[in-house]
Design a protein around this ligand. Structure first.
Ligand SMILES: [Zn+2]
Length: 185
């Protein structure tokens, strides 16, 4: 019987890692391609999935936990739906079209959301856990998630896509929220 990624994930055992928050400079670094898919990479992916589901979030990129390798995990299912974990190693957008302007958030930018201009459809190529080349054709939320997570691999956050004015307002408000959180703890 074929073992799906979801089955593999159900064996769990991953560790919840600390998610880095903006303005951590580690989030601005470019990640390097994975050259060998070994146990270390599989462990990283297991930890990333565990961390994403625990948060909970619909996507996570390795640099968000301080590992600068081109690996992303995504699961846009929700509620009572069967989880569908997507693991993409060295993902590349090979085709994109259409326009969308949807609200996004990020586990690395807590308590903030903004509308971001993206493509509404993408075709992504990358490797799966077995090192096989996979092509994902995505639209809607999944297309947005792919673009958001692949951006992380290049040190780009969704707030880098909003207007300078909105970003300035965000910075001020975000600083204040951080200060309040610190005062409370
Ligand atoms: Zn993010």
């Amino acid at each position: 019987m074929e073992i799906t990624v979801s089955d593999w994930f159900r064996t769990r055992g991953g560790m919840i890692r600390r998610i880095l928050h903006y303005p951590d400079p580690e989030l601005k670094k470019k990640s390097a391609p994975v050259t060998v898919i070994n146990d270390k990479v599989r462990e990283l992916i297991r930890d990333m999935a565990e961390t994403m589901y625990d948060a909970p979030g619909i996507g996570l990129a390795a640099p968000q936990i301080g590992v600068h390798q081109r690996v992303i995990v995504i699961d846009v299912t929700g509620g009572d739906e069967e989880p569908m974990l997507i693991v993409a190693i060295n993902p590349v957008i090979v085709h994109a079209d259409g326009e969308s302007y949807e609200e996004e958030g990020c586990l690395s930018v807590p308590k903030y959301a903004a509308n971001v201009r993206r493509h509404s459809r993408v075709v992504v190529k990358g490797l799966n856990l077995d090192g096989e080349e996979v092509t994902w054709k995505a639209d809607g939320l999944l297309a947005i998630a792919f673009q958001h997570e692949i951006d992380h691999l290049d040190g780009i956050l969704f707030i880098d896509h909003i207007s300078p004015l909105k970003r300035e307002i965000f910075r001020r408000r975000y600083r204040r929220t951080q200060e309040e959180l610190q005062e409370r703890s």
